[in-house]
Design a binder for this molecule. Structure first.
Ligand code: FES
Ligand code: FES
Length: 175
């Protein structure tokens, strides 16, 4: 995939390469271009949301090389030669990721505005710590704010997903 800069009159442009949701791509960007604008406005990946715009709320979270970043305060240039995962790339085709499924089953969302960031941050946690304590989940998710659901069901959803992912891993290991 190749994406051209939105501002063709801006002469200071940079060519970069990256992988977005498993797809290798090249893009022409402006040095000042924010990752959140690039994802939402140019790639149409609108799962990452803009809210505080100052790296406080977590609604814009995406994963860069598996680690959560605030796309509202990250330049696209920083994604050069890196791998990005947005919420649109988490499911396996029509099959929801265990975290997505657990959030649905535990009613861990209402408006859903914070949910992509919550799930991606939790995904990073479970990659690092497959069986986290509740305190570890709380600590890891402290930068993801929710305005309507509260946090109890979110914690339970992450714990449920952790159990499922571990069970999947064990069944694959014994197959
Ligand atoms: S919009 Fe990026 S952290 Fe709030
Ligand atoms: S579900 Fe509405 S902000 Fe979290």
């Amino acid at each position: 995939m190749r994406v051209e800069s939105a501002d063709v009159y801006n002469s200071a442009q940079i060519q970069i390469r990256m992988i977005v949701n498993g797809q290798s791509m090249e893009a022409t960007i402006e040095p000042r271009e924010l990752l959140l604008d690039f994802l939402r406005d140019r790639l149409g990946l609108t799962g990452a949301k803009r809210s505080c715009d100052v790296q406080v709320c977590g609604t814009c979270t995406v994963l860069m090389d598996g680690r959560p970043v605030s796309a509202c305060c990250t330049l696209v240039y920083e994604a050069q030669n890196r791998e990005l995962l947005t919420i649109e790339g988490l499911a396996d085709g029509d099959e929801l990721h265990p975290l997505q499924q657990s959030f649905v089953e535990q009613s861990a969302l209402q408006c859903g505005f914070c949910t992509p960031g919550m799930i991606l941050t939790a995904n990073s946690l479970l990659e690092e710590i497959p069986n986290p304590t509740r305190q570890q989940i709380q600590h890891y998710l402290k930068g993801n704010l929710c305005r309507c659901t509260g946090y109890w069901s979110v914690l339970e959803a992450v714990e449920l997903a952790a159990r499922r992912l571990q069970a999947e891993g064990q069944s694959e290991g014994s197959a």
